[in-house]
Every structure is written in structure tokens, then in C-alpha cells.
Design a protein around this ligand. Structure first.
Ligand code: ADP
Length: 498
């Protein structure tokens, strides 16, 4: 029961007591005869006294009813929309209307906020998608990329950078560059580039060749440093009072490290190759020219000397044409325009021919050349000239890298199980250091310590590999021991009925 109702009960009781008391007092004092007894008077008086209480009770009840209805309507506002307005004696109608307006305003505000939230969620998803896309692009780049901001902190980096500079990608972000890059020169380069942006070099690219030691090996990098605005607010802005530019803290640096070690090596090899080739071409040419002039001038008086001169000229011409053949065949195979005349051939005669061709060179260096033919007739499906050139290259090398008194053996064998014909050129020469072995068949590759021993181009073995593997589907291999000699072997698939 509400306070109002309690109040009405109290008022009813009080007023009943007061009215009854007053009536009894006045009747008794006047001494007027009364037609009715005291109890009746008391009842009437109590009834009259109760009247205000009852009225107040009724008002309180109706007030409470309206209040409850207003509360119910207010509660229903959000779900059911506009309320059912009712006539209120206590002014709840306008209150309900005010509630309705407030709810409507709040509702539209909430709707706007929900829409904005939805937009933001979409934008967030798009931004996340873009970030992942950018990350995927960055990580697909094999060059190391690292982006630093105006405070020289790393803000972006790819996996190649993490691998090269040996840091963990996620924890490295927002770290000062000197904490994640151990190379002080690189750190200085990045910082200098950022500072140079104040001198107006923003957007300009710097290329620097930088060497870094990694796993005991020096690697050469082409470092590209570009100074960019790291945020849209980073651009020079004038103060509102026109007092000049703010301190420009917005410049960041994009650093890209590209491994150019191999490129440098190849460039070096190429220039060495050009000088070797010119030397290789010039030496036999000079010799041919000299002997021809002597013959023309009649300096070779007797027939024996003349024959000797002709032999020298022939040998030098063969050497010259072999070099030119090597260069041409290699470029033809590489460009895919080589014409292969594949026929079923017996290998033993090719080996014999190669040994015969190389005998004079061997004799000149006091090296004995020997062939060990296979008992079975070994036949392959191959281009005879190309296989001869492979043999001449291997044997030419064996002669070049074997000292006087050495021995060269060419062994032909057949592996019936694997249906492979094998030819091994075994020498007792200087041998190849173990670290060089995996690179011997690379183009322009020459063992450094062998350069003093003989002139060369680094093309011969590369051509051997191309002819055997790419053209004939065979394989090449080498074993070697320093000071003891080398064995270069190539295997070719045997012909079906070979
Ligand atoms: P080059 O013209 O220099 O001989 P090759 O491609 O034929 O070029 O050989 C590459 C390198 O392999 C040579 O420079 C040499 O160092 C090494 N090499 C090749 N054959 C032998 C061998 N029989 N013994 C020792 N080293 C060899």
C-alpha cells in the first residue's frame, strides 16, 4: 500500500475522532435534548470524519492507477512505438509525450550510431583486407624491405628483411631501428636519409652498394633508400600565424636491400671471360700469323721444318675453331636453336678419335694418353659431333690441368642394369679443391688457383653439361682430390638395341 493510502487512512481516523469528539462536546455543553442517542451521534460523526480520508484514498488510488499506466506505456515505448495516449487528471499525458519524444530522439541517435558502427566495421574489414594484401605483396618480394617512420622506428618489414637482418617480424615493429638492425652502417644510412629530407631530398632515391658479412660470407647488397612522408600529416604545414613551417616530423624511409653478389660475380666473370677469350683467340692467331710469315719469307728451308710449321698452324687452327665452336654451341643450346643430328652411334670409335686428336697436345706436355675401351659394343642415340666435342673438352682440360709426366685415361663402360653408357676421363693432374667442385659446371666458373696454370674461359664444362644433360638426357659428375687428380664422367642412355 502506498504512502498516500496510508496517509488517507490516518487522516480518516484522525478526522473521525476529531469530528466525533467535537460533536459530542458541543451537544453535551448546550444541554439541548437530543432525539437520537450518543452512539448514533458518534456513528454519524465518525462517518462524517472518515469522509476526507475516503476521498483522499480514492484520489490516491486513481493517481496510482495513472502512474502505473504511464509506467507501462513508457516501458512499452521502445518496443511498441508511439504510446496509446490517455486523458490524465494528474498531468501524465504531457509527461508521456515528453518520454515519447526523448525515446524517439534516442532511438534515431542509436540508429545513426549503429549505422556508423556498421560502416566502421566494413571499413575495418576493407582496411584489414588491404593490410593482408599489402603484407602478401611485401612478403612475396625476395628483396628485404623495411620501412621506418619519422622516429626511426620500424613500421613495416617483410619476411626477407626479418630473415636477412635476423629479427622476429612482429615484435620488431615499433622498435627503434638500431634495436633490430645490428649493422651500424645500415642504421646510419637510414637515419641520414631521413635527416636529409629536411634538406629537401624527400622522394629522391639513393642507391648505395653495401657489403654485409653473413655466416662467414660477404654478401653485396644494392641498398635503395627512399625518403617519403610517413603519414599524411607529415607534409610541411604552415602555422596559423604564418610563422613558418612546423618541425617536419613526418618523413619516413623505405629501405630495400637487393642481394647483388651473384650479379657482381657474373659481371666480374664476364669481364674476365672477355679478356680470356680475346687472349685465347689472339694467342693461336699470333702463332698462325708468325709461322705463315716465316713460311712466306722462306725461313723454313728444309721440308721437315716446313712440315713442322704446317703442323703447328694446323694445331693452332684446331684450337681456335674449338674455342669458337664452344662459344657458338653454348649460345645455340642456350637460345634453343641448336640443330641436333641424333643417330645411333658406337661410342668406342668416338673415344678413339678424341684420343687421337689429343695425342699431339699430350705429347707436347709429356703426358701419356690412353683409352680403355669397353668389351661390349656400346651404342647410344646421340649427335656424334657434339659427343666428340664433349670428349675433347674434357680431355683438353685434363691435359691443361695435368703437369708433365702425368697420365690421362679414357674409360668407356656399359652399365647393363641401368642401360647407361659411361665415359670417364681420369687424370693424374692438380685436382680441384672440394668447395669448387659443385660450381665447376657453372658458366664462366674457373678455380682461382688454376688461373696461373692455364688460360681458359670457364665455358668448356658448362657446354659439356648442356650437351650431355639438356640435349641428350644424360648426366655429368666429377670426383677429384687435390694433388692426385680428377675424374670427369658422363653417362648417356644406351640405344634400345645398343
Ligand atoms: P676453362 O676454359 O677454364 O678450362 P672449363 O669450363 O673447361 O673452363 O673448366 C672450368 C674450370 O674447372 C677450370 O678453369 C679448372 O679450374 C677446372 N677444371 C676443369 N677440368 C679440370 C681438370 N681436369 N683438373 C683440374 N681442374 C679442372
Amino acid at each position: 500500500m502506498s504512502v498516500l493510502k496510508w496517509l488517507s487512512v490516518v487522516i480518516a481516523l484522525l478526522s473521525a475522532v476529531v469530528v466525533t469528539g467535537l460533536l459530542l462536546l458541543t451537544t453535551g455543553r448546550a444541554g439541548t435534548p437530543i432525539a437520537v442517542g450518543y452512539p448514533t451521534i458518534a456513528l454519524i460523526a465518525a462517518g462524517l470524519g472518515l469522509l476526507p480520508g475516503i476521498v483522499l484514498w480514492l484520489v490516491a488510488a486513481s493517481y496510482e492507477a495513472e502512474l502505473r499506466r504511464t509506467i507501462t506505456c513508457t516501458e512499452a515505448l521502445e518496443e511498441d512505438g508511439p504510446p496509446q495516449l490517455f486523458r490524465s487528471c494528474f498531468g501524465f499525458g504531457p509527461l508521456l509525450e515528453a518520454h515519447q519524444r526523448t525515446v524517439e530522439t534516442l532511438g534515431s541517435r542509436l540508429k545513426r550510431m549503429a549505422d556508423q558502427r556498421l560502416d566502421l566495421e566494413v571499413e575495418l574489414r576493407v582496411a584489414e583486407g588491404r593490410r593482408q594484401h599489402l603484407e602478401a605483396i611485401l612478403n612475396s618480394i625476395s628483396d628485404a624491405v623495411i620501412v621506418t617512420d619519422a622516429f626511426n622506428e620500424a613500421v613495416l618489414a617483410n619476411e626477407a628483411a626479418a630473415h636477412l637482418l635476423q629479427f622476429d617480424l612482429d615484435p620488431a615493429l615499433r622498435q627503434p631501428i638500431e634495436h633490430i638492425v645490428a649493422d651500424p652502417t645500415l642504421v646510419k644510412l637510414i637515419k641520414d636519409t631521413r635527416e636529409s629530407s629536411y634538406a629537401g631530398s624527400r622522394g629522391r632515391r639513393r642507391h648505395i652498394e653495401h657489403r654485409m658479412g653473413c655466416n662467414g660470407r660477404v654478401t653485396v647488397y644494392d641498398v635503395t633508400l627512399t625518403c617519403v612522408a610517413s603519414s599524411p600529416t607529415g607534409a610541411n604545414t604552415n602555422r596559423a600565424d604564418g610563422s613558418g613551417p612546423f618541425l617536419d616530423v613526418g618523413a619516413g624511409v623505405i629501405t630495400i636491400l637487393r642481394d647483388i653478389t651473384r650479379e657482381k660475380e657474373i659481371a666480374e666473370m664476364k669481364s674476365e671471360f672477355v679478356s680470356s677469350v680475346s687472349h685465347e683467340l689472339r694467342t693461336p692467331l699470333a702463332s698462325i700469323k708468325a709461322y705463315m710469315e716465316m713460311l712466306i719469307d722462306g725461313e723454313a728451308a728444309d721440308e721437315q721444318t716446313q712440315a713442322e710449321f704446317y703442323h703447328i698452324i694446323q694445331a693452332e687452327t684446331t684450337r681456335l675453331s674449338r674455342l669458337i665452336d664452344n662459344i657458338l654451341n653454348l649460345s645455340r643450346i642456350e637460345s634453343g636453336v641448336v640443330r641436333v643430328q641424333r643417330k645411333q652411334i658406337a661410342l668406342a670409335p668416338v673415344v678413339k678419335e678424341a684420343v687421337d686428336i689429343m695425342q699431339p697436345q699430350g705429347r707436347a706436355k709429356q703426358i701419356t694418353l690412353e683409352e680403355r675401351p669397353c668389351l661390349a659394343a656400346v651404342q647410344v642415340l646421340a649427335d656424334r659431333d657434339m659427343i666428340l666435342q664433349v670428349l675433347l673438352n674434357l680431355m683438353g682440360n685434363a691435359v691443361k690441368y695435368t703437369r708433365a709426366g702425368g697420365h690421362i685415361t679414357v674409360v668407356l663402360s656399359a652399365d647393363e642394369n641401368e642401360r647407361l653408357a659411361r665415359i670417364a676421363v681420369i687424370d693424374t693432374g692438380v685436382g680441384v679443391p672440394q668447395p669448387d667442385l659443385p660450381h665447376l659446371f657453372e658458366k664462366f666458373y674457373r678455380v682461382v688457383s688454376h688461373r696461373k696454370l692455364a688460360e681458359g674461359t670457364g665455358l668448356g664444362l658448362n657446354l659439356v653439361k648442356h650437351v650431355v644433360e639438356s640435349v641428350h638426357g644424360g648426366s655429368v659428375s666429377v670426383t677429384s682430390e687435390i694433388g692426385k687428380g680428377s675424374a670427369f664422367t658422363f653417362a648417356l642412355p644406351m640405344a634400345e638395341n645398343g
